[in-house]
Design a protein around this ligand. Structure first.
Ligand code: GLA
Length: 333
């Protein structure tokens, strides 16, 4: 078959898929003033044309799944590798998508050298240089930065981290990021805080204290890595979001996925998964300060929890019940 015929056939097939699956999520979300995002591995944009196609069709925001983490950007001290992250930003710009930067201060995926024996002054220089260089590199191109990720542990206390040798490292990180790109909105991001409870209380107290000190903090991200037992109920989640909204913070759902594992037939579990996606989206849509709804990946094939099929497209890019549940929800006025 000639290349031309082949392209026509591919185009026909994509139009057919579109016709079958209805309007893309991003088109529907725009009517609500909502951005729908997905976490992306830039190498897949090069390797898998269908991945790039579905991503650009359905989403209007991307977040780097890994390539903007400290370990990826500054594996060796003083040497920055921006190539994969730049590729992602270019793709986003070409497809009119916003970009979320993820993440500047996190206790994981750090390069080994950060665990060295540093004085507070040395750590301050390390943190400042990393944030200035990274945020400065993308200045004007990144709408939101997850400045801090998972700073509060499951015990509701501050987590141990190599940065803690520097007093006020968190506050400083936000200030450095703001200085490097005053146009980017700066976020605190965490998991297991969707509902009310000790961890979410601790995050609330921390963010309130940062706001009280005048730290440039714009919003809070709730990761929403969930499973079929999703507890907080939607009502408790709405109540939780509301108290953060009252602090003046913008609210984002930043990493949603829902593990399919559990009892029951596959069809039942797919329905339950769809219902959980729908509930979280509804909570977001009903909260005026909730502006972003992001999934931690595009298709089950490449998910960090691939075995539990947590996303809205299956490994063959077929939309799952969860996709249609989001679409129906966004179709409501
Ligand atoms: C956390 C991080 C993400 C990602 C997931 C697991 O949620 O914020 O960057 O690493 O864990 O992949």
């Amino acid at each position: 078959m000639s290349f031309r015929l082949w392209s026509l056939l591919l185009l026909g097939l994509s139009l057919l898929t579109l016709a079958q699956s209805g309007p893309p999520l991003r088109t529907l979300a725009e009517k609500h003033g909502l951005q729908v995002g997905a976490a992306v591995e830039p190498n897949l944009l090069l390797q898998d044309p269908e991945y790039a196609q579905v991503l650009a069709r359905e989403f209007n925001l991307v977040v780097a799944e890994n390539v903007m983490k400290w370990g990826a950007l500054q594996t060796t001290r003083g040497q920055f590798n921006f190539a994969p992250a730049d590729l992602l930003v270019e793709f986003a710009q070409k497809n009119h998508m916003a970009v979320r930067g993820h993440t500047l201060v996190w206790h994981q995926q750090l390069p080994r050298w950060v665990y060295g024996d540093f004085t507070p002054a040395e750590m301050e220089a390390i943190l400042r240089e990393h944030i200035q260089t990274v945020v400065g590199h993308f200045r004007g191109k990144i709408a939101y930065w997850d400045v801090a990720n998972e700073v509060i542990g499951d015990d509701a206390e501050l987590r141990p981290t190599p940065f803690e040798v520097l007093p006020d490292y968190l506050e400083k990180a936000f200030r450095y990021a703001h200085a490097a790109d005053p146009g980017a909105k700066l976020f605190y991001n965490d998991y297991g805080a969707e509902g009310l409870g000790p961890k979410s209380d601790a995050i609330y107290a921390l963010l309130k204290s940062l706001k009280d000190k005048g730290v440039p903090l714009d919003g809070v991200g709730f990761q929403a890595h969930l499973d079929l037992n999703f507890s907080p109920t939607a009502a408790r989640m709405a109540e939780n979001l509301e108290r953060f909204a009252k602090l003046g913070l913008e609210i984002h759902i930043t990493e949603m996925d829902v593990r399919l594992s559990g009892p029951g037939s596959k069809a039942e579990r797919l329905q339950k998964q769809a219902q959980i996606y729908q509930e979280v989206l509804q909570v977001c849509l009903r909260q005026p300060r909730c502006k972003v709804f992001t999934l931690w990946g595009v298709s089950d094939a490449y998910s960090w929890r691939a075995a539990s099929e947590p996303l809205i497209f299956d490994a063959d890019y077929q939309p799952k019940p969860a996709y249609f549940a989001l679409q129906r929800t966004l179709q409501q006025p």
